[in-house]
Design a protein around this ligand. Structure first.
Ligand code: LMR
Length: 394
């Protein structure tokens, strides 16, 4: 019966937006969920997306079901965007999924169904939804060291030690390809070589979360870690998302890619992935994937897209610098210049849960409990107010 069902706690990221919407404070700011805003405070529809939608309105002939693995043109474009020429296409299964979260859940369900008993090793910290998705799928998770004890640097030695000493062959390891969420602290290309070597030596299966392609250093540059890993191992999962780099948040468009050692293995694994999708959401929605395919199949729209991604990334970098400088001028005596090395939408501020709480209750400023601030949601005109509030809670 329904009576007595306990209330679940609010989601640690999306729950904050619910609280923000209910907040009556007129100067409230939502810097929690990773959504990009332009100078006018809007989450814009990219120009390349608008143009693709115009073309779809004119040319689309059906709303019939897609196949279980999604739109073929979309999958082909994901293949070339994510893998380029580096992997034999006959070794890769690509399934269109409802966003990156959908991709992670399909991958987790697959690991439980086909590779049990296995565990997944996640960086500490990681995106709050990672452990929740794995738990919901029944996939046991463990953590490896990632962030140094100074809370600003990457602990490569700690990560390699944990992966070498604690994992078992066949375990999965979650890696953020770029723009580590929530810290923005990424491995260098040299670090990736060492990580890839350890992953290969320990016979771990990488599950690469690639949700922020283009927000680190550029669309091609952000593949460095992924390419290095895929040179070292012959089996992997890649979960990508077009929520951020196409601004297609609510269209829910992403993919789960499975790289196998050979075509025969890939085909068997692909059939199992399709079973998982069929018994969950049957087949994915068309519109978002049709937009992505339309843009990436057209050289002019593709260059417009690259330009728009570059603009978003550069604006975030400028806002981050602006935040660091404005914090300096508050006279708080707290140096935030470590944020300048961080990549992606977020800044890992080092604020404690108590300070985060005070920002919310006293100033109506919402950031994630870990101290993660969505830089992509900041605005130039509210920067002084934000920094004064941060200074007052320090
Ligand atoms: C985030 O970390 O804020 C984004 O990935 C959005 C989400 O679903 O949590």
């Amino acid at each position: 019966r329904f009576v007595g069902i306990p209330t679940a706690p609010p989601d640690s990221i999306l729950g904050l937006t619910e609280a923000f919407l209910a907040d009556k404070n007129p100067s409230k700011m939502n810097l929690s969920v990773g959504v990009y805003k332009d100078a006018s405070g809007q989450t814009p529809i990219l120009k390349c997306v608008k143009e693709a939608e115009r073309r779809l309105i004119d040319n689309e002939t059906t709303k019939g079901y897609l196949s279980i693995d999604g739109l073929p043109d979309y999958r082909e474009q994901v293949r070339s965007l994510v893998f380029g020429d580096s992997i034999d296409p006959s070794r890769v299964a690509i399934l269109q999924t409802p966003g990156g979260t959908g991709a992670l859940r399909v991958a987790a369900d697959f690991i439980v169904a086909q590779l049990s008993p296995t565990r997944i090793w996640m960086p500490s910290p990681t995106w709050a939804n990672h452990p929740a998705i794995f738990a919901a799928a029944g996939l046991p998770s463990e953590t490896y060291r990632y962030l140094g004890s100074d809370r600003t640097s990457f602990d490569l030695a700690g990560m390699l030690e944990d992966l070498s000493q604690k994992t078992k062959p066949g375990d999965a390891v979650l890696l953020h390809a770029c723009c580590h969420n929530p810290t923005g602290v990424d491995p260098t290309p040299e670090d990736w070589k060492a990580i890839a070597q350890t992953v290969a030596e320990r016979q771990l299966i990488p599950l690469i979360d690639f949700a922020y392609q283009g927000f680190g250093e550029g669309i091609e540059q952000d593949k460095t870690g992924l390419n290095t890993l895929l040179e070292a191992v012959d089996e992997a999962f890649v979960c990508n998302s077009f929520s951020k780099n196409f601004g297609l948040y609510s269209e829910r468009v992403g993919s789960v890619c499975l790289v196998a050692a050979d075509n025969e293995t890939m085909k068997a694994a692909q059939s199992q992935l399709k079973t998982i999708v069929r018994t969950n959401y049957s087949n994915p929605p068309r519109h978002g994937s049709a937009i992505v395919a339309t843009v990436l199949q057209d050289p002019e729209l593709t260059s417009l897209w690259i330009q728009e991604v570059d603009e978003m990334r550069e604006r975030i970098d400028t806002l981050r610098q602006h935040f660091v400088e404005t914090m300096k001028n508050t006279g708080s005596g707290h140096d935030f210049s470590f944020l300048l090395k961080q990549k992606g939408m977020f800044s890992f501020s080092g604020l404690t849960p108590m300070q985060v709480d005070e920002l919310k209750s006293k100033h109506g400023i919402y950031i994630v409990g870990s101290g993660r601030i969505n830089v992509a949601g900041m605005s130039e005109d509210k920067m002084d107010t934000l920094c004064q509030a941060v200074a007052s809670v320090l």
